[in-house]
Design a protein around this ligand. Structure first.
Ligand SMILES: [Zn+2]
Length: 86
């Protein structure tokens, strides 16, 4: 994870206000690939080592960036428990 405020520009894209698109350096390549392939992003944060990263897509979907497979499965299990009222 990179330090807060260490942003890089995503080439070829402007945000919804027509300004250059800057994102956290450590997830910039992921954001670039998403945008280059039509999954337009409107916001993102790597979490800076304090929380999970996230990417907000223009279509309303939200992507959560997990640190590893095990954490993702644990998170998935906890979400299912919450959904089932446990
Ligand atoms: Zn980072």
């Amino acid at each position: 994870m990179c330090e807060w405020g260490y942003n890089v520009r995503i080439e070829g894209h402007l945000n919804k206000w027509g300004k250059p698109f800057y994102v956290d350096e450590c997830i910039a390549s992921l954001i670039q690939v998403l945008n280059d392939n039509g999954f337009l992003t409107i916001a993102s944060c790597c979490g800076h080592g304090k929380s999970f990263g996230n990417i907000s897509l223009r279509n309303g979907k939200e992507l959560i960036i997990m640190p590893d497979f095990e954490t993702a499965r644990l998170f998935e299990k906890k979400i299912k428990e919450i959904q089932n009222g446990k």
